[in-house]
Ligand binder design. Structure first.
Ligand code: GLU
Length: 507
């Protein structure tokens, strides 16, 4: 018995009886930012946790706003994160097609069924009339809302419009009185006044149905049991419930999950510094760390555990632990988590995964173009071994270790002179250090440190003053991994040449 079977055993009866079917239903009107994957991930995790089905449905009926390549971008990101689906584009399934533009006739059929049953009506209003109406409402500071003009046309007026071949849209006829209660599994019951719900368009004059109809028809026909989506959709839910009722269909369970917010509590958006998966990848974030990080935006296991493998998340992910309040996208936390994943990785794997980042062109964040590719694997491995503990992303590797690879260091000579020192004393220190290094029998870091400490004492310097000068000399930087280990990896020849160069600069 697998762990998942084990979980199923423990599941409440009503859930076990009906295997959950969940969907993610993006509109390809832009390249989805990372927050969208969080919402997708919740549905995916719950489907995997329960042994249910995860469906990907492309809600592409707003053809004018469809962005070319958006679906491919979405799918590539899913592949990168390791989120698969059971039914959807490409893999298909028995409830397809999974692109709404390919389901036009299905929606038209239901739109007409709603007209027949009196739950929807044809609206012949022209764009001009609607604009006048909106202007008048704005002048009176009323919310913009269709005035239901065509809902009350007489049979004769309607027939005349038809005979004249007027274009029409189909609008849903919302109840005018009473209330609709949205039962949300996360937020509880939310009551809406029916008089506040607009008679929204469900079918446009070009025959394309709109979201409020398409999503309901599809959720029903595709057997969706749990509708999980961002809480910005709560206000649409009463309308949806009325459409379900009008069609005589059973409601799914609704879970409006917290919108992904930035640290400033503002909604994460492309304009508002939300990265895409590809930016994260290019910056050297690991998909497994991003996966872990996303799962914790608006969901928690016990308010303290942060690190979960994919398998652990599948095992423990339940919807009752999704919070009602905003999930925060905290880039610092992602950086920390990525560092943890890098540290946990065996060195061999780190080398394997960091090499492509280091070998990419300099302009893309790789090592200086003057460094010959491919890199020497064995040397790179020794270099990365020194940085393993400190590395937070694979993308920063090139910049952090570049001094190990370049022929020429560029730094300001003044950097050699440490606090409390002057150029003359620094020169003396470096000359004496060079001679000591030269006399070493073996180029091993354990053999370097003791004589260098003695030398510093002899010259009346603090070890940091001498070591700091050597550090700048061999790396051109003020911070490196432990100095003598760095020199060991850098090699005798390179290290000595660099100290020689520093002496020349000071002399
Ligand atoms: N197509 C909608 C979107 O882009 C889906 C909303 C829902 O999940 O019902 O977000």
């Amino acid at each position: 018995m697998t762990q998942i079977d084990n979980q199923l055993e423990k599941m409440p009866k009503e859930e076990a009886g009906r295997k959950p079917r969940l969907r993610f239903a993006p509109s390809p009107t832009g390249l989805m930012h990372i927050g969208g994957y969080r919402t997708m991930l919740f549905s995916w995790l719950y489907a995997r946790h329960t042994g249910g089905t995860f469906i990907l449905r492309i809600e592409d009926t707003d053809v004018a706003r469809t962005v070319e390549g958006a679906v491919e971008f979405l799918l590539d990101g899913m592949r990168w994160l390791g989120i698969d689906y059971d039914e959807g584009p490409i893999v298909s399934g028995q409830y397809g097609p999974y692109y709404q533009t390919q389901r036009k006739a299905i929606y038209q059929q239901y739109a007409h069924q709603l007209i027949e049953s009196g739950h929807a009506y044809r609206c012949y209003c022209t764009a001009e009339r609607l604009e006048q109406m909106r202007n008048a409402q704005a002048a009176l500071k009323l919310p913009p809302r269709y005035d239901r003009h065509c809902r009350y046309l007489t049979e004769e007026q309607r027939a005349a419009n038809e005979a004249a071949g007027l274009k029409y849209v189909v609008r849903i006829a919302m109840p005018l009185e009473g209330e609709t209660v949205v039962h949300d599994e996360i937020h509880g019951d939310i009551t809406f006044k029916n008089s506040d719900i607009d008679d929204a368009v469900i079918l446009k004059s070009d025959g394309f149905a709109l979201y409020h109809l398409t999503s309901i028809v599809d959720d029903h026909l595709m057997g969706i049991t749990h509708v999980l989506r961002g809480d910005e959709w709560i206000s649409s839910a009463p309308r949806h419930i009325q459409i379900y009722k009008a069609l005589g269909w059973e409601l799914p369970l609704f879970y409006h999950v917290p919108t992904v917010l930035g640290k400033d509590k503002k909604k994460l958006s492309k304009r508002h510094n939300a990265p895409s998966w590809i930016e994260l990848k290019e910056n050297g974030f690991l998909p497994e760390a991003v996966f872990n990080f996303l799962a914790l935006i608006g969901w928690s296991y016990d308010d303290k555990t942060e690190l979960f493998t994919r398998e652990e998340l599948i095992r423990v992910f339940t919807l009752d632990r999704v919070g009602a309040a905003g999930g925060i996208y905290d880039p610092d936390k992602l950086l920390w988590m990525n560092g943890v994943y890098i540290r946990q990785m065996p060195l061999e794997e780190l080398v394997e995964r960091a090499l492509p980042y280091m070998e990419r062109p300099e302009s893309a964040g790789g090592l200086p173009d003057s460094v010959k590719r491919p890199l020497d694997r064995e040397y790179t491995s020794r270099v990365l071994n020194l940085e393993h503990e400190r590395l937070k992303t694979l993308g920063e590797a090139a910049e952090v270790v570049s001094f190990f690879f370049v022929d020429e260091l560029h730094y300001d000579t003044a950097m050699l002179v440490q606090k409390g020192m002057d150029a003359g004393r620094t020169l003396v220190g470096l000359v004496r250090a060079r001679d000591l290094f030269n006399s070493l029998e073996e180029w091993k870091h354990e053999m370097m440190e003791p004589p260098m400490r003695e030398l510093a004492a002899e010259l009346g310097m603090k070890p940091g003053q001498l070591f700091g000068a050597i550090r700048v000399a061999i790396s051109g930087r003020t911070a490196t991994p432990p100095l003598f280990e760095t020199m060991e990896v850098l090699g005798r020849e390179r290290s000595m040449a660099r100290i020689e160069k520093a002496i020349e600069r000071l002399a």
